[in-house]
Design a protein around this ligand. Structure first.
Ligand code: NCD
Length: 319
């Protein structure tokens, strides 16, 4: 059957919520990436495979890439799309609860919610309220599981492996949600992590605990120059200004790290520079022209990886 993927591991995706990347095994991630490759190779086989399904986008915090790539992939697969992209223009601005918003869109026939919210734990809450699958598109500084999926896919595509690699995660690791999700995802592989950040923005203790539990090796440091020559990937994050409870704390760390051509030249020849984007001033545009700049390709991979995920969760042929 065209576009059909029938295996037990495929079935394990059917109808699931995607709240944390920690819920995905290495085998499941690999299956997701194989499906992604299949869609890349023969996109037409998958076109309209989700016809009749409705995807509800609840984007209650700004988004460019995540929202657009979910919409793009959903549309390609044949879904209709509704929801809220601009919270200030919806009844949420009048005080309507997330619970009521979800119930209402379910009444309109939603088959899946994709939710982004400033509060950590909101995706989990949504999944408890909704009777259809919920995909976390970023909840506060907690997690961004689909970003980690496309990050891993990009690393695998570029390096041809995920085992035996060293990944530097640089920047605001305290308020970032992509850094925790990527770190958790890498615990499925034999990867070494270097958390590079000013002390006040170092990796969250809950991430350290998880890595220790999984036996993933990591080191914390302040200056990327110390490890540049060891890294296969340098994953840069912006300072998440909007999550700082105190603006004076933001001023203290503003501009404290910059990735420029000079820093990249200290790395291995094949070093990949990644960034979930948007960038502000921590990643200089001069890096864009280097072979090391993977971030636009990384963003581009978002559409196809998310298409594969939606296909596996909602596809009837996948059961
Ligand atoms: C990230 C996010 O929303 O956490 N963006 C994204 O989804 N690509 C990173 C960020 O906002 O800095």
């Amino acid at each position: 059957m065209k576009g059909s993927i029938i295996t037990d591991i495929g079935k394990s995706f059917k109808g699931i919520d995607v709240i944390s990347i920690r819920n995905f095994s290495r085998q499941q991630l690999e299956f997701l990436f194989e499906t992604t490759d299949k869609i890349r190779q023969d996109p037409k086989d998958f076109r309209d495979s989700l016809r009749g399904k409705k995807l509800t986008m609840l984007f209650l915090e700004p988004s460019t890439r995540t929202a657009s790539s979910f919409e793009e992939s959903g549309r390609y697969l044949g879904c209709t799309i509704d929801g809220v992209r601009e919270p200030n223009s919806s009844s949420l601005a009048k005080g309507e609860t997330l619970n009521d918003t979800i119930k209402m869109f379910e009444g309109y026939g939603s088959n899946c919610f994709v939710i982004r919210h400033e509060k950590s734990g909101s995706a989990r809450f949504a999944s408890e309220v909704a009777s259809v699958p919920v995909v976390n598109a970023g909840d506060g500084n907690r997690e961004h599981p689909t970003q980690a999926m496309l990050d891993l896919y990009t690393i695998g595509q570029k390096l041809g492996k995920l085992d035996g690699i060293s990944v530097g995660v640089l920047g605001d690791l305290r308020y970032s949600r992509t850094a925790p999700s990527l770190s958790y995802a890498l615990t499925n592989y034999d990867a070494k992590l270097f958390f590079i950040a000013p002390d006040s923005l170092q990796i969250q203790p809950r991430v350290e605990r998880e890595l220790n539990k999984k036996g993933t090796k990591f080191q914390k440091l302040g200056d990327p120059k110390e490890v540049m020559d060891k890294l296969d990937v340098l994953y840069v994050t912006r300072i998440q200004k909007e999550r700082f409870p105190d603006p004076t704390e933001y001023e203290k760390v503003r501009g404290s790290y910059v990735v420029d051509e000079k820093l990249v030249s200290m790395g291995k020849k094949g070093l990949g520079v990644m960034h979930p984007l948007p960038r502000v001033d921590e990643l200089k545009p001069e890096v864009d022209k280097l072979e090391n700049a993977w971030y636009f390709e990384q963003a581009k991979n978002g559409t196809v990886v998310r298409a594969a995920l939606l296909y596996l969760i909602l596809g009837d042929k996948n059961s």
